[in-house]
Design a protein around this ligand. Structure first.
Ligand code: PMT
Length: 221
């Protein structure tokens, strides 16, 4: 039996990948399945926490005993995470959030016209939810965890990202077209704002999730 070390705590987890619509039939998206975020939610619930799971486009069954809030876009994910974070002890951002969205949404399907060059897609910046929450700390003493999906210079990029985002822990994992995204397993290094580095060997996404909660539990006041 796992210790109920998160009993009496409220934790917020984001999972999945945002989709930024271009028109009623198309979107800009990413390859996140939601599996890592759902594993985090399941493990927190097993350790006694009340869990709010903000799920972006994940085709996975709702974990038992978890409050699931489905969202589509980064803007919707921000709304849902900020709302749930108001009384949360910890927020873990495992969702793959689009940094940019199309500037305009076409109410009707965008048509291709014969002989015309394809039109470029203008993008605007999305809010950085992790940086916002880490900066504002809606609740004092709250522990904020980010993920970093990198394809190269993984650790160097991770350290820079931890500093930039201002979170307490950053889970750095390597991704590729078929690496980590959608897989049952992951491997990572969890960087702490205190300079700590916790390597997590290749294994089930639940194992990484439990290590993240170990590190979070130690930091809760
Ligand atoms: O869902 P799976 O198939 O299981 O795959 C898991 C995963 C690879 C998606 C997951 O382990 C992971 O790495 N998630 C973070 C993906 C990501 O968006 O990384 P990033 O390096 O682009 O963003 C860094 C952090 O900032 C993330 O915590 C992200 O949630 C957050 N962010 C990013 C952009 C933005 N506008 N707002 C944010 O809050």
């Amino acid at each position: 039996d796992l210790a109920q070390d998160l009993a009496g705590r409220h934790v917020v987890v984001s999972a999945g990948g945002t989709r930024e619509p271009l028109d009623p039939v198309r979107f800009l998206g990413n390859r996140s399945s939601g599996k890592q975020g759902y594993a985090l939610a399941r493990c927190a619930a097993a350790r006694g926490a009340r869990v709010t799971l903000v799920a972006a486009n994940a085709a996975l069954p709702d974990p038992a005993g978890v409050d699931v809030v489905p969202v589509g876009t980064a803007v919707q994910l921000r709304e849902a995470v900020l709302k749930a974070a108001a009384d949360a002890d910890a927020v873990v951002m495992a969702a793959a959030v689009a940094d940019f969205r199309p500037e305009t949404y076409a109410a009707g399907k965008i048509k291709k016209k014969d002989g015309e060059e394809p039109a470029p897609i203008a993008l605007v910046r999305n809010p950085d939810i992790l940086a916002e929450i880490a900066g504002e700390r809606p609740r004092p003493g709250q522990v904020i965890v980010g993920f970093a999906a990198e394809t190269d210079a993984v650790l160097a990029n991770g350290r820079a990202k931890l500093a930039r985002k201002g979170c307490d822990l950053l889970v750095v994992n390597e991704v590729g077209e078929r690496k980590t995204f959608g897989a049952e397993e992951n491997e990572a290094v969890v960087l702490g704002a205190d300079g700590s580095e916790t390597p997590v060997p290749h294994g089930p996404k639940e194992a990484l999730a439990d290590t993240v909660w170990d590190l979070v539990a130690r930091r809760l006041v």
